[in-house]
Design a protein around this ligand. Structure first.
Ligand code: PEP
Length: 257
């Protein structure tokens, strides 16, 4: 079965709930004007936790086809974890996707592969599709260890899951040196790693699972480079940071064809 492309916008800590609402409204108007087929290209936004309720109300009230995502989830179920937000709390807000293991969480919050694995499992148990982010820092790329590095991160994150769970989740290859830098990996760079990740899933699980799992590219995606990235056979979409906070740019990325 063909994999439906997913374009997900990670707003990071940039937009407040009012700006987020405005952006989703503008995005939906623009896509409807362009007769965007949401069943052919799925669109998701990942606001800050503080904006989830407002954006959910808009999406549900106006019956928009934009899916709601979150930027992080707790590795715990419930209890005395000040500042944390659980998968159950996110699910109750209609959150369909959650990013786990984003390089900014790994870098600034010390998230290890074990934490990423725990968060991935919690998201799945809560009925939320995890977008498991992996990617190599510049020194690893320079040492030509990027494939081993990212395959290792994916293998760790998926350990203990069933093939069925893995088939339904999303991986995102985001080279750290390309995030927010304007430095984009070439389409061939993206394909090399996305293809290696798919093969790793086939090895860890089976080919059917590998054929089903969606793999996104992320790192300075813009309207000008999305088409060539999406032409790569193992790239099933994009995780977009900076450019997703502008409705016009994000709509242009969604309409990459
Ligand atoms: C991201 O934060 O996931 C990302 C890819 O950021 P940017 O598009 O700004 O590089």
């Amino acid at each position: 079965m063909p994999r439906t492309p997913l374009i997900a916008g990670n707003w990071k800590m940039v937009l407040d709930h009012q700006q987020g609402t405005l952006l989703v409204q503008k995005l939906d108007w623009t896509l409807k004007d362009a007769k965007h087929d949401y069943s052919a290209v799925e669109v998701a936004v990942l606001p800050s936790h503080t904006s989830l309720r407002t954006v959910q109300t808009l999406i549900e009230g106006d019956k928009l086809s934009v899916r709601l995502g979150a930027q992080d989830v707790s590795e715990h179920d419930s209890g005395a974890y000040t500042g944390e937000v659980s998968a159950a709390q996110l699910a109750k807000l209609g959150v369909a996707y959650v990013a786990v293991g984003h390089s900014e969480r790994r870098q600034y919050h010390g998230e290890t592969d074990a934490v990423v694995r725990a968060k991935t499992a919690k998201a799945l148990a809560g009925g939320i599709v995890p977008i498991v982010c992996v990617g190599e820092p510049l020194e690893v790329r320079k040492a030509e260890q990027h494939v081993e590095h990212t395959v290792g991160q994916v293998t760790q994150a998926l350990t203990g899951l069933t093939a069925e769970q893995v088939a339904g989740l999303v991986l995102a290859y985001e080279p750290v040196w390309a995030i927010g830098t304007g430095e984009v990996a070439t389409p061939e760079d993206a394909q090399e790693v996305c293809s290696a990740l798919r093969s790793a899933v086939a090895e860890q699980f089976d080919q059917t699972t590998a054929d089903a799992v969606r793999i996104l590219y992320g790192g300075s995606v813009k309207p000008a480079n999305i088409a060539s990235i999406m032409k790569q056979p193992d790239v099933d979409g994009a995780l977009v940071g900076g450019a997703s906070t502008d409705a016009g740019d994000f709509a242009a990325i969604v309409r990459f064809r």
